[in-house]
Write a new protein. Structure first.
Lengths: 230, 230
DNA sequence: AGCCGAGTATGGTCAGACCATACTCCAGGG
DNA sequence: CCCTGGAGTATGGTCTGACCATACTCGGCT
């Protein structure tokens, strides 16, 4: 039953045409797509089919729709792959088609890479220090939810400091999909002192440009956070 | 105009309810969702809204729809995150919101991790050797397209041998999104002998369980494949 | 000049119809 | 008894046309 050559559906044709138009017309983020009715007439499909295609593009973070009139209305090209990635991971975890172990192993890979490259990047010291800010906020956190929120911000800041937007996006998605588990883990831990110590060590290693120490520090940190997996 | 709490749209409500049902009823891959008409009635929305929600889930690789009747018809829970990831990356590249450099750097991270873990995995020697098969197929390839097809299969096989399905899925997506660039690169290279030598070295290192050599080999391989980026 | 309301373009939603597909079931023939 | 073919039907796929909600645009009035 594999090679099912199902006739392409109408909305798939719309997807192809829109993507082609993006490529050929050199459309960029911020540009507008034609209205649903206009697109439907151009492609000779119903508005419902156009809407299904737009929904797909919206899911993929490529367009954003806004009702009303004027320059901000209609389907506008954007680039927000984060929520799509997050949804994808969250649902895969929910369907048990990915194990928490696999997600955490992947996270370790990305954390190590990010820390190494962030430490090696000369731009890090100059930026407003999102990492230090997150550490301060974790200090003040009253609940596990709050703590995890700023913990996510801390680790995402590392990934962003690596300078690679794809890696940063994957990190955001991983942490977003794991949020629930992270909160449970923090609650089970009780004391967050060890984690905070790790955070300071990671931060110090990165800002001082010591890549090897940064990698070592994040590795130790994840071992503390998920002792049952090591 | 920022925090506009836009009233949730009908299909978003459907998404929430379906996801909730998946979690609460413990639905697994292979289980069926209610039909579109039935779902519409249960949630008090139109069938069009249900369809938009299903389209989103299909995009995320969570359901697969099949017309007709019988146990295989209707919306079935699946888990195919690959095409969603691929589309996401391809469109992000098309919109220039990701640079090729970022994608290739990410690929290098994953290749190194995969090679290391594949070499350390005891199961590798036992499996039907997809890597060796891919190398043979590349040998016989007449065109750049064919070569790249089997090259992708080779590298995906390494990622799968690492035992981490998430990493393997990301690898498939990366290579799928980069397919076009890879073909151009191979055509520009002309001779694929160096690449094939690399492949054999990688394969030998992994099957012999030498993780360090495997990592070194994939690093050198990517440097050969993308000389302009190093 | 400034304000306010009508007009209008846009997405959001719905109801209902019809088509295409593919299984189910049963009658009839072998 | 089994097999075969056709009617029945449940499912997704698509279209049409309508109406609502939103938010800008424009013109006239103050």
């Amino acid at each position: 039953m594999a090679g099912r050559a199902r006739r392409t559906r109408a909305f798939e044709e719309v997807l192809l045409q829109v993507e082609r138009r993006i490529a050929e017309d050199g459309l960029r983020v911020g540009d507008r797509l034609p209205g649903e009715r206009q697109l439907a007439e151009q492609l000779q499909v119903s508005r419902a089919s156009v809407r299904e295609a737009l929904r797909v593009l919206e899911t993929l973070g490529v367009v954003s729709s806004q009702a009303g009139r004027g320059p901000d209305a209609g389907a506008i090209l954007t680039s927000r792959p984060d929520s799509a990635l997050t949804d994808l991971l969250r649902l895969s975890l929910g369907l048990s088609s990915l194990s928490l172990r696999e997600v955490i192993d992947t996270r370790l890979m990305i954390e190590r890479w990010s820390a190494e490259h962030a430490a090696a990047s000369p731009a890090v010291a100059a930026e407003p220090d999102a990492m230090a800010e997150a550490i301060r906020a974790m200090e003040a956190a009253a609940t596990a939810e709050e703590f995890v929120e700023h913990d996510i911000a801390f680790h995402v800041a590392i990934a962003e400091a690596s300078g690679n937007r794809l890696v940063a996006a994957v990190m955001r998605a991983l942490r977003g999909a794991m949020r629930r588990y992270a909160i449970e883990a923090v609650e089970g831990l009780g004391d967050t002192g060890a984690l905070q110590g790790d955070h300071r060590r990671i931060h110090a290693a990165i800002t001082s440009g010591d890549a090897a120490a940064a990698v070592e520090a994040v590795t130790a940190h994840l071992a503390h956070a998920y002792p049952e997996l090591f």
